[in-house]
Design a protein around this ligand. Sequence first.
Ligand code: UD1
Ligand code: UDP
Length: 349
Amino acid sequence: MKLISVVSTRPDYIKETLRHHYLKEMGIEEILVNTGQHYDHNMSQIFFDELKIPIPDYSLNVSTGLVGRQTGEIITQMEEILLKEHPDLTLVYGDVTSSLAAALASVKLRIPVVHIEGGIRTDSRFNPEDINRKICDHLSDTIFVPTELSLQNLLKENFPSDRIFFYGDVTKDILLYTLNRHDIKIERKDYILITLHREENVDNSQRLTNIIRALNESGEKIVFPVHPRTRKQLERFGLQDKIGDNIQLLEPQGYINFIRLLAGARKVLTDSGTVRREAYIMYKPVITLIEIIWWPEIVKCGWNLIVGADKNKIVDAIRQFSPPAEHPEFFGDGNAERKILNKILSLYG
Ligand code: UD1
Ligand code: UDP
């Protein structure tokens, strides 16, 4: 059996860490395609180096910028690769533009698409990730969902139950593996960790200004590894010079260092989809800086407070947010990846 696995951005690269080992063990041939949606060293190569991910068989080096051109370039290049490689299936992840483009190229050539991390839904009509994920689900032959709720979402939309599977979240697998492998202890140090990169926040000068003001006003020690998109916008909106002395700006971190930072944080502020659940799994109070709720489970159980970009709410949350003792399990048992690949082998092998 032969599959094409399409990776494109920081969270995808990280997820390749365990997958390529398991595929090898199972005798499944993997053709790794990196579209290159992320390209700075600290957003791409650093993960290949430190997580020992194989050199991609194809690097598409797509240009950044307008989404239509980027999508078109990926479709065009993927078509050539698919016609040359004739895989049994194409594997895509999550909600990035590259996954949508690769899924479209594949299904048009009648090559089945398997979507990992499908089924998550919000009521947002214009969020780019939501659009990508919904279309990927509809193009896919098989969908693996990370939570019970995402399974229910797909059933409500009448997806056939024999094409959707809930084995847990692969993010948890790699997180538990990394904590164990690098002997990282979950502690409660004196700093707050923030990540920020959603277009709704960083491309909007008012929202970005509110968030920076809130961080300054909190007076707390804040550690902030800055996504390149955010770095550019801080400069563009003249906010670089308004960062308070309590905030330590860092380059985007490699995964192992980032997990160390997360493991030591007192609280976590983020608009990331993945950091929210990594923080939850590590028992960190999570304060979300965007109104889009991808994981209602962790909001309902009281561990994730949604504050958006409201300055006063952010300051109050930094000072006062305190989750309850109860911490239910939503993201599986840490063996999602193996279960998913076994299922793929039984369906397409
Ligand atoms: C993308 C994904 C998002 C995911 C995130 C992970 C889409 C629509 N967005 O968002 O779902 O959460 O990756 O981090 O697929 N840039 C650089 N260097 C890089 C990468 C990006 O400078 O290595 C800058 C460029 O100015 C680029 C901008 O960031 O135009 C946006 O990059 P893009 O990949 O479109 O979106 P992200 O915000 O990174
Ligand atoms: N991450 C990292 N270095 C950083 C910030 C995040 O390695 O400086 C990791 C983080 O642990 C998570 C992934 O990158 O696994 C999330 O990426 P991001 O927040 O950019 O994307 P999203 O999950 O929102 O799609």
